[in-house]
Design a protein around this ligand. Structure first.
Ligand SMILES: Cc1cc2nc3c(=O)[nH]c(=O)nc-3n(C[C@H](O)[C@H](O)[C@H](O)COP(=O)(O)OP(=O)(O)OC[C@H]3O[C@@H](n4cnc5c(N)ncnc54)[C@H](O)[C@@H]3O)c2cc1C
Length: 327
């Protein structure tokens, strides 16, 4: 058996990451559009428990690259092992989630294979029998289409949030197969000293029903009281864009976006947030998005269901009064 679409998994504390599940959903969609099989590749050491978890994720096969040199992530180890697996399996597509790790090793892997890499895609569409991959350029101002040329395999990474993990079709049980990798051929030139946990997640906003999220438009920490009042009136959790957390006006685990949490509440109320792509990927699957911004061209309005163009220092008190009046 061989797989046509190979999804490369990432694990954290012995479990598949959510972004891996999103990449499997991308693989399942592409597989169904092209009539192709989907496999999942695990890299690491002592993978048997994880392999059982992976086999239940609706893939036809789970491939294992199990070796002590893969116990910790290193760009040499991962790209060396992946190169061998891809050359042996010769899939049509290799799909990744566009994580920090993938950013690190995927270009090296693509160069070693001599194959194209389309990175950080936000979706794809079919044109006839060929997928066209879409990625954003110029800070998200332009969506660019990429058609792939030359011989497969093609390497494609998808942005976090590009596919919804809840759409996973977890039917059947995939077969588990060990790959034949020769790690003696792979020279690992770096050693992991410490794994730095960027944001220690104490608050789980992924289950919040309503979120009021605040951006740099709030201007100074003293003004945070205003959005806290709105959150209270709406019985919502409070969150923020990255600059607000970077400045310490809210804890880091309240940050929404590519380097923060991914949320999908029924209501996402964005206050003074411009809508940079790194923020949008973390909240675009929200049910109803309301945005307040004084700039009518702010990108947040492209995805908002309701947009209020105005000064938040006038708009928010009026909204708080209106919400309280309805209670
Ligand atoms: C690798 C990387 C990862 C990143 N990860 C994240 C992430 O996880 N999450 C994230 O949010 N960002 C992230 N960023 C940063 C991101 O690129 C943006 O810089 C950030 O989202 C901007 O935050 P903002 O919208 O609050 O601020 P700004 O872009 O400065 O926008 C402020 C908005 O407030 C509006 N405004 C100002 N005054 C008022 C007023 N009085 N009334 C109404 N509106 C007003 C302005 O018109 C403007 O649109 C990341 C960047 C990089 C490079």
């Amino acid at each position: 058996m061989s797989v046509d679409i190979l999804v490369v998994a990432e694990q954290r504390d012995g479990a598949l990451s959510r972004s891996t599940v999103e990449a499997i959903v991308a693989g399942q969609n592409l597989g169904s559009d092209l009539g192709k099989s989907v496999g999942l590749l695990l890299l690491g050491q002592n993978l048997s428990d994880l392999a059982d978890e992976a086999a239940a994720k609706g893939v036809q096969e789970v491939l294992l690259a199990d070796h002590e040199k893969l116990a910790d992530y290193t760009p040499d180890g991962y790209s060396g092992a992946l190169q061998q697996v891809i050359e042996a399996e010769n899939p049509d597509y290799v799909l990744f989630s566009h994580t920090y790790m993938v950013r690190d090793y995927a270009p090296k892997l693509a160069a070693a294979l001599g194959k194209p890499l389309v990175s950080d895609c936000i979706h794809y569409r079919m044109e006839g029998r060929a997928p066209i991959f879409v990625r954003q350029v110029f800070q998200g101002k332009i969506d660019a289409d990429f058609a792939l040329q030359g011989d497969a395999p093609y390497l494609v990474s998808f942005q976090t949030g590009a596919f919804n993990a809840d759409n996973l079709k977890a039917e059947g049980t995939g077969a588990i197969r060990a790959t034949n990798i020769d790690m003696d051929r792979v020279e690992v030139r770096t050693k992991v000293l410490e794994i730095f946990e960027g944001v220690k997640q104490e608050v789980d906003l992924s289950k919040a029903e309503r979120i009021v999220s605040v951006g740099r438009g709030i201007k100074k920490p003293e003004n945070m009281e205003l959005v806290k009042e709105l959150a209270e009136a709406l019985e919502a959790d409070i969150a923020a864009s990255r600059p607000v957390c970077d400045d310490g006006w809210l804890p880091l685990d309240r940050q929404i976006g590519s380097s923060g949490q991914t949320v999908a509440p029924k209501l996402y109320f964005a206050v003074g947030i411009s809508g940079a792509i790194q923020h949008i990927v973390g909240m675009k699957n929200s049910g109803t998005i309301v945005a307040v911004n004084k700039d009518p061209h702010a990108p947040i309005f492209d995805i908002a269901d309701y947009g209020i163009v105005g000064d938040l220092f006038e708009v928010i008190p009026a909204v708080v009064t209106a919400v309280k009046a309805r209670k």
